[in-house]
Design a protein. Structure first.
Length: 411
């Protein structure tokens, strides 16, 4: 893997930390800015919505830029809005900074996926995608707990400063290590790219239309739907893991960061496994992995009262969730081979649709009085629905396939 791909993983780590760190900073924001807890919680929702809208929007807007320039613009905006968030005394400004940060984050992840898979070559998209998604899982393992500690020791603003500081080496590394790959370019490692490479303005609109047509393919749309469902199941439980393990699992509050980090470690393991299998043997992972993931959520729901079972299942479900989820993202990138610029954007959007819908569904279940185990059952249902959709899509492709000459002759 080119070193530039790992530098993009560092940038994704900083942005993943920003996306999830608010869970540990809400009390400080409430006290400092004198807002309600639901209002502070809206900062997370605003970020997720910004990611969904921002992924395709920023990818289209950056079509005329070389990818290095697009990455630097998104990273710089991301860094600036975190500085603004760290110094503001206005909740409205902080909310706007979160939306702007989400747009920049979405753009970087979408363009970053396209850039990394182009640099890795046609047969290593899964490995390249796993490096970037590994940045998100490492953010769950280290970045989010570190942000919570900073917030407790030096206040919530210090976490925003830390994200801005971590972004600085990523900006430098991208400027130095990432070639100026023109949008829509597939390249192999070692390919020379002119530093000012960019498509002519008159080529941008036709390219966008061509890529949008490619994104209508049924197989790609089904893959994106499956990714959204699996990721929705993941974040449905992850969002409510703290009350689950303390109110049902029998753990004290001091164990929450440990279990969150354990989930993150499992996620990192799953992304690593998925990256190795997604390029050549995806079905060997997706089919048994999807079945095991469904069964795991069910077992977790039944055994949530056992501390030992919780300790094991937090790691196992994190690994299975990200192994299956990252493989689906990779398959979406392969299915969108004719849309190299927008394919990563739509994969990013699908990922965040799940990250938005899953917690909402889990919250509805808890609000209906079904208890803190209910998100686990919702997660199981979402993955089961994904399996049902996959089976239905496969049967549709099989029954809709034209008969071979031999079969027609036999009739």
């Amino acid at each position: 893997m080119p070193i530039a791909i790992y530098m993009l993983g560092l940038a994704v780590f900083a942005q993943g930390t920003s996306e999830f760190m608010l869970s540990g900073l809400v009390p400080g924001i409430v006290r400092d800015l004198q807002v309600s807890v639901p209002a502070a919680g809206a900062l997370t929702s605003a970020f997720a919505v910004g990611m969904i809208v921002g992924a395709p929007l920023t990818a289209v807007l950056s079509l005329r830029w070389p990818r290095r320039r697009a990455l630097l613009v998104f990273l710089t905006i991301f860094m600036i809005v975190h500085v603004a968030g760290a110094v503001t005394t206005s909740f409205g400004v902080l909310l706007a900074a979160r939306v702007a940060g989400a747009l920049a984050n979405a753009g970087l992840l979408a363009v970053g996926l396209a850039t990394a898979t182009a640099m890795a070559g046609p047969g290593a998209k899964g490995r390249a995608a796993s490096v970037l998604l590994g940045g998100i899982t490492l953010a769950c393992v280290a970045g989010v707990p570190a942000g919570a500690v900073l917030g407790q020791v030096w206040g919530w603003r210090s976490a925003f400063w830390a994200v801005a500081v971590v972004s600085v080496p990523a900006v430098v590394a991208v400027a130095v290590a990432v070639p100026a790959i023109p949008p829509g370019t597939a390249m192999s490692p070692g390919t020379a790219i002119p530093p000012d490479a960019a498509p002519p303005p008159e080529a941008v609109v036709p390219a966008a239309r061509r890529e949008l047509r490619a994104l209508r393919r049924p197989r790609l749309l089904v893959t994106l739907l499956l990714g959204a469902l699996v990721n929705g199941a993941t974040f449905c439980t992850f969002t409510y893991l703290a009350p689950l393990v303390t109110e049902v699992g029998g753990y004290g509050p001091g164990w929450v960061p440990v279990l969150l980090a354990l989930f993150g470690l499992g996620s990192f393991a799953g992304v690593s496994i998925g990256g190795r299998m997604a390029d050549r043997r995806p079905m060997r992972l997706l089919v048994p992995g999807g079945l095991a993931l469904t069964a795991g959520w069910i077992v977790f729901a039944v055994a949530a009262g056992s501390p030992a079972a919780v300790l094991v299942l937090v790691f196992v479900q994190g690994a299975l969730s990200f192994a299956v989820g990252s493989t689906l993202i990779t398959r979406a990138l392969y299915a969108a081979a004719d849309a190299p610029s927008l394919g990563g954007a739509f994969a990013t959007a699908a990922f965040n649709v799940g990250a938005t819908a899953g917690p909402l569904l889990g919250g509805v279940a808890i609000g209906a009085g079904l208890g803190y185990r209910s998100p686990l059952w919702v997660s199981a249902l979402l993955v089961a629905l994904a399996l049902a959709v996959a089976v239905a899509a496969r049967r549709t492709r099989t029954t809709g396939r034209p008969a071979s000459p031999t079969r027609r002759a036999a009739r």
